[in-house]
Design a protein. Structure first.
Length: 192
């Protein structure tokens, strides 16, 4: 049953992957947000885990606030997925118009001084576009990522990220910590 569910999940993702690129960018991202919101209502186990993690992180928040934050996280996840699906159509100029980086001067200064720079995105806003936009500006971006359990989707995501110059370190790899420490030794920039 699990194998069939994964195959169906893969087919749905591939349908959207190819469909998204015939849509205007904003429409595609909004559709992703809508589907993410729908996922909040349909993905009971994932929703429960998200809400429980939020309760642990924000013990003073009311249950209504926890649900609202969780739903917004699902919506944002959907938007991010569709932004990545759109990568093949996004040029460097498109990325520059879509992403504004606060204190980029500080980041550029740290990079010019060959200091290691660690960026923690915490899956807020458009973290996928941020890495792609910084890479498009000429920065070396290494990303720590979780491997997707459906290998074909994992490969697709890896290729999409690589198409925007992002280098991936899978956190589940036995040598991931060593790779990260080596990057700091070489004064490269990376993002988690």
């Amino acid at each position: 049953m699990k194998k069939i569910a994964r195959k169906l999940y893969y087919l749905v993702i591939m349908f959207f992957f190819y469909s998204v690129r015939v849509m205007p960018f904003r429409f595609a991202v909004n559709l992703g947000g809508f589907l993410g919101g729908l996922g909040y209502h349909l993905a009971g186990k994932a929703r429960s885990i998200t809400e429980e993690n939020l309760r642990l992180s924000f013990p003073d928040k009311k249950e209504e606030e926890i649900r609202d934050i969780a739903k917004k996280a699902f919506v944002n996840q959907g938007k991010n997925a569709f932004e990545v699906f759109y990568y093949p159509k996004l040029s460097k100029e498109d990325l520059a118009g879509l992403v504004s980086v606060e204190n980029e001067e500080g980041y550029a200064k740290a990079c010019a001084a060959e200091k290691g720079v660690l960026m923690a995105s915490a899956h807020c806003a458009s973290w996928e576009l941020l890495g792609a936009a910084l890479s498009a500006k000429g920065y070396t971006i290494n990303v720590i990522a979780k491997r997707i359990y459906i290998e074909a989707l994992n490969t697709m995501l890896l290729e999409l990220r690589a198409s925007k110059g992002l280098k991936i370190i899978f956190r589940s790899d036995s040598d991931s910590a060593k790779k990260c420490l080596k990057l700091f030794g070489r004064k490269k920039r990376w993002r988690y």
